[in-house]
Structures are given as structure tokens and as C-alpha cells.
Design a protein around this ligand. Sequence first.
Ligand code: SIN
Length: 273
Amino acid sequence: MEIRPLTGALGAEIYGADVTQSDQFEEIQAAFAKYSVIVLREQTLAPQDHLTFARCFGPINVNRFFKPVDGHPEIATVLKEKDQKEAVGEGWHTDHSYDQIPALGSILHAIEMPPFGGDTLFVSMGAAYEALSATMREFLDGLSAIHSSRHVFGATVSDSEAAKSGRLLNAAVATQDARHPVVITHPLSGRRGLYVNPVFTTQIEGLSPDESEALLQMLYDHCMQPEFQCRVRWQEGDLTMWDNRATWHKAINDYHGYRRLMHRVTVDGVALV
Ligand code: SIN
């Protein structure tokens, strides 16, 4: 297989791999550990193959809020129909940061793509952390933040287009709140990185609401710099896997009038320190 880095910050495209071949797993896993986002081009996969590949990384974490794929409750549907305006995952976020044991990563398979657009952007949280001043890094190192699913998937959003159209379900079980360090040590690489995100993080503990909001906004503006990003331009069949402990991501909603359908499988992680 051929591995081509996407940017200096993170991400790599992999050509010539076949994720159904178990003898290729070690090389794919090493690329995932090195680049945090891997784009496995041109995978011909049945839902069962998608799940088998995901299980090589760990147990499946079944998403509570996304409509499942028919006959495959462990696979979430990420869908925007041509007459819909809202896309799932438009804000910068880290999947499942509202869980006390957040997911290791997610694996997204492109089933139906619009003729243009519908890319996904990623940020390296390690690169963003390392670019902060030593004084700011030291200040952040002792802090913790609260993350929640309530304001994103709960009752207040049950009249959103995504909920009304049945793409998002189970508002009543959006009750997760979790506390994580603002700076984590990556469980595999040992690299330190920021672990707050604009969608799910609600408050930095020990600061006033105004201080917390100002500090989070400063960190978000810092993280959004293009130097820390890569962009995945999808083709149908591509399979992209990202590390939730090392990245943010954001779906670009620029293909109104066209359908985009992805299948997502998420893998269990470990508690963060
Ligand atoms: C997601 O946030 O998991 C979906 C990303 C995408 O659709 O590009």
C-alpha cells in the first residue's frame, strides 16, 4: 500500500489497501497511530466488513442518537437528503466527548456522495496544543472541563430538522455529562493535546462563566487555524478513520440539493488522563 501524508499537521491517504485483508491490519494501524486521520481509498465493503474492520481496534460503541442502518444497529447513518438544509456534524467537535469514557475513534464509509463538496475537515489537537506559549500550556495543564450531550441531542433540539426528519433519535436519553482534563496525554502516543471542543464542552471548572467562555473561545480560535488542519475530499467507497483523542472534525455543508449518505462505526476508548 502507498501512504501519502495530507498536510504537515495530520492525516494521510492510503492507496492500494484492502481493509478486509487481516494481514494488512498492522500497517494500517501504524498509519492511524502516526497520522490520527487515515483515508483508505476505494474500499468495496459490506456493512459486515465495516464492523469487522472496526472490531480490530476494539469493541463497537453504539451511538444512541443517530438513526441506525437497517439490519445493523451498530452502524450509524450520517445522512443529508437533497431537500434538507442541516448536515449532521457541521460544528467543530470530537465524537462522544460527553461520555466519561469517550470513544477511541470513528470510521466513516462514503456510500453516496454529492457531485461536489461534502468534504470533512480535521484539526490536530496535539499540534494546536504545542503551538501555545509555555505559560498558557502550564495554566491549562491543571484544568478540567465539563462536556455534555444535553444541549446537542436533548429535548431543546427535538424540533430541529435533523430530529424531525428522523435522522437524530432518542432526545430523552441525552443525559450524559462528563468531566475531562483540558489537556490530555494521548493513551497510545503519549503526545499531549487539547481536549475541549465547541459543540460539547460547556464549562471550564473553577472559572467564572465569563472567564470560561473567553478562555474557550480563545482556544477555539487558536485551534481553527489552517496550519493545524487537513481536508478530506471524499469519493464513494472511501473509508476514513479518525482518532477522537487527537482530533476535531467538521462536516462541510456546501452541497444543498444533493444527497450525501455515510455509514459510521465508532470504537470504544479508555478514560482520559
Ligand atoms: C461526523 O461528525 O461524524 C460526520 C462527519 C461527516 O459527515 O463528514
